[in-house]
Design a protein around this ligand. Structure first.
Ligand code: RET
Length: 230
């Protein structure tokens, strides 16, 4: 097994087991079970991507840098799911949640797609442009979560608002490390190599998907039924 395959194998196993653990442990009450369902799907999707990368599918070298295409495909599906879960929580399942969910998803997918373009770009200037554009989309996502959604949730109040705030702080703190990991990795300044970058992203992915989803779905357990409406 090569040095690169070990973090990928561990990623596959942790994601597969994490998916089962979240499904088994999450809240099953009718009001909250959709959160348990889509949070357990997130590591399942990531497990699929780690399996593909382990087998070398969609892994190719551009300009001496190894590009892991399944990673970007994984993120482009899982990050919208995580955002949808968080915004639904923040808006207390309000029927007009799509006002905020849709723009957040569009910005988020642009963030991941332009991140892939930054990885693929061979010219350093173009790489920087795509990296900056991806960061701009990321700031847009953070704005939606920290301004309108937080303000509406605060107005509605209730115990679910505490869950939103805790999940929001955790998600923001972990997601902010991704652009840093990208910048110091082989796709950016090359301060850390391919294997180091795989381990760093493994830790981030396990925290952002398994630990976050486990905590997020467990936190609903403390809520009384009926609180979802605020
Ligand atoms: C990239 C490219 C450079 C600029 C930015 C990025 C942000 C990535 C993020 C990824 C989050 C992934 C998660 C995966 C697990 O579910 C694409 C690295 C801003 C925020 C949470």
């Amino acid at each position: 097994m090569s040095a690169q395959q070990l973090p990928l194998l561990i990623g596959f196993i942790v994601m597969a087991l994490g998916s089962l653990a979240i499904f088994a442990h999450g809240d099953k009450r009718r009001e909250f079970r959709h959160h348990t369902q889509f949070h357990s799907v997130v590591p399942f999707i990531a497990g699929t991507a780690y399996l593909a990368m382990l087998m070398g599918t969609g892994v190719f070298v551009v300009n001496d840098v190894t590009i892991y295409l399944p990673r970007y495909l994984d993120w482009s599906v899982t990050t919208p799911i995580l955002l949808t879960g968080l915004i639904l929580t923040g808006l207390h399942e309000h029927p007009r949640h799509s006002t905020y969910v849709l723009p957040a998803i569009v910005l988020d997918v642009i963030m991941i797609a332009t991140g892939l373009l930054a990885a693929l770009a061979e010219d350093p200037g173009q790489k920087l442009v795509w990296f900056a554009w991806s960061c701009a989309a990321f700031l847009g996502v953070l704005y939606i979560l920290w301004r309108p959604v937080l303000a509406i949730g605060d107005r509605l109040g209730g115990a679910i608002e505490t869950v939103y705030r805790k999940n929001l702080v955790f998600l923001t703190a972990v997601w902010l490390i991704y652009p840093v990991a990208f910048a110091i990795g082989p796709e950016g300044l090359r301060i850390i190599g391919d294997t180091g970058s795989l381990w760093l992203i493994l830790i981030l992915d396990v925290t952002a998907k398994v630990v976050y989803s486990f905590l997020a779905t467990s936190r609903f357990r403390s809520l009384p039924v009926g609180d979802a409406s605020g």
